[in-house]
Ligand binder design. Structure first.
Ligand SMILES: NC(=O)c1ccc[n+]([C@@H]2O[C@H](COP(=O)([O-])OP(=O)(O)OC[C@H]3O[C@@H](n4cnc5c(N)ncnc54)[C@H](OP(=O)(O)O)[C@@H]3O)[C@@H](O)[C@H]2O)c1
Ligand SMILES: [Zn+2]
Ligand SMILES: [Zn+2]
Length: 352
């Protein structure tokens, strides 16, 4: 297969910093779109994956799945896009397209879904590489249209932080009578607040940090509860229809379950792993409460979200960085020191 060598940023081991690497992209096939990457958001999953937190990483890794760019070239069979279009790619670049989940526009639950990085690229027979790179080549079915009115750097985080919170908000029918709570004010959390507010819900933030109260209100949250304050937690017992929990690390879910209404659902999107301390089932049984999980979103649903953001003028609150600052950005993200998403200006990769 014909390939093109390009510059990227990634790592060859869990312990090493990210640095410049050379990778190969396939030359466009019939249904492919080649995209010059303009911006790429920095997700906490990029950090988990680069550092092998989930024990499944194969190296080298080039992270990045919040990609916005310009179409540079198209294959002969491409009909949705033309050279020069502004487009986006999120967390998925392929799936089997025939299973029930694929037929139901739930490609993220296809057993053969291909992640934008760390997936299996059937064309190159290697791992896929993400958006911390000059270009990406993606089948047009997994490329998204970007609304023309939105800031291109600010829209990038919608491709993961946005869709990961939008999908459960939609699945659990959040609307104007809903009471929603969001746990953790980071990349996902701040998008969850904006989107739930735009859907008309009453929105509360659970945060560990008293210094995020003003920001949460500015993002549209109606209330903020400091999760380490027992009396504040007691004040919201039985209150929320849906809780979106974005915390990336092990934490006690039991105090949050108490704050659900009868029939309420706590949706975990942040932490991947066993729950410790264990769940106490009594409050779940006594109130028909659920604990659920949710993974990103399908292609149609991601396009629905991008269009919704265009209509409601929603973008992410971002700090634009150069690719050379990515290792510092990871350390800052671990300290929750980002308001509220880093986005890499990929022009900076040309400076290396
Ligand atoms: N399910 C999916 O499809 C999906 C998709 C994308 C990302 N993710 C995962 O979602 C998680 C969040 O990603 P993100 O990019 O939003 O991360 P982030 O920007 O780092 O935000 C996480 C927030 O969680 C809170 N937090 C952090 N450490 C905590 C701890 N030890 N205990 C309690 N709270 C803590 C902080 O908020 P406060 O300071 O306000 O408490 C922090 O701002 C990551 O694990 C990521 O891998 C999942
Ligand atoms: Zn992500
Ligand atoms: Zn499938």
């Amino acid at each position: 297969m014909n390939t093109k060598e390009i510059k990227a940023y990634g790592t060859e081991s869990a312990e090493a910093d990210l640095k410049q690497l050379q990778i190969n992209r396939r030359v466009v096939l019939e249904n492919d779109v080649e995209i010059d990457i303009l911006y790429c958001g920095v997700c906490h999953s990029d950090l988990h994956f680069a550092r092998n937190d989930w024990g499944m990483t194969q190296y080298p890794v080039v992270p990045g799945h919040e990609i916005v760019g310009k179409v540079a070239q198209i294959g002969e069979g491409v009909s949705k896009y033309k050279v020069g279009d502004i487009v986006a790619v999120g967390c998925l670049v392929d799936s089997c397209r025939t299973c029930q989940n694929c037929k139901d526009d739930l490609e993220q639950y296809c057993p053969e879904w291909v992640g934008t990085y760390g997936g299996y690229d059937k064309h190159l027979e290697t791992n896929t590489h993400g958006g911390y790179s000059e270009t990406i080549v993606v089948d047009e079915s997994f490329v998204l249209k970007v609304p023309e009115n939105l800031d291109l750097a600010g829209i990038a985080p919608v491709l993961c932080a946005g869709i990961t919170t939008w999908s459960p908000l939609r699945h659990w029918n959040v609307g104007k009578d809903s009471k929603v709570a969001v746990v953790g004010l980071g990349g996902l959390g701040h998008m969850a607040i904006k989107l739930a507010v735009a859907l008309g819900a009453h929105v509360t933030l659970f945060s560990r940090s008293t210094n995020k109260i003003e920001d949460a209100k500015a993002l549209g949250a109606h209330d903020v509860i400091i999760s380490t304050d027992q009396s504040q937690m007691e004040h919201v017992i039985g209150k929320f229809d849906v809780i979106i929990d974005t915390v990336p690390y092990e934490h006690d879910l039991n105090p949050y379950i108490g704050t659900l209404t009868t029939n309420g659902t706590l949706v975990i999107v942040g932490y991947l792993g066993p729950i410790d301390p264990m769940l106490v089932t009594v409050p779940m049984i006594m109130g028909r409460k659920s604990v659920a999980g949710s993974l990103i979103g399908g292609i149609a649903e991601t396009q629905e979200l991008l269009d919704f953001c265009g209509k409601h003028n929603i973008t992410s609150d971002i700090e634009v960085i150069k690719i050379q600052d990515i290792n510092t950005a990871y350390e800052r993200m671990l300290k929750s020191d980002v308001k509220y998403r880093f986005v890499i200006d990929m022009k900076s990769l040309k400076d290396n």
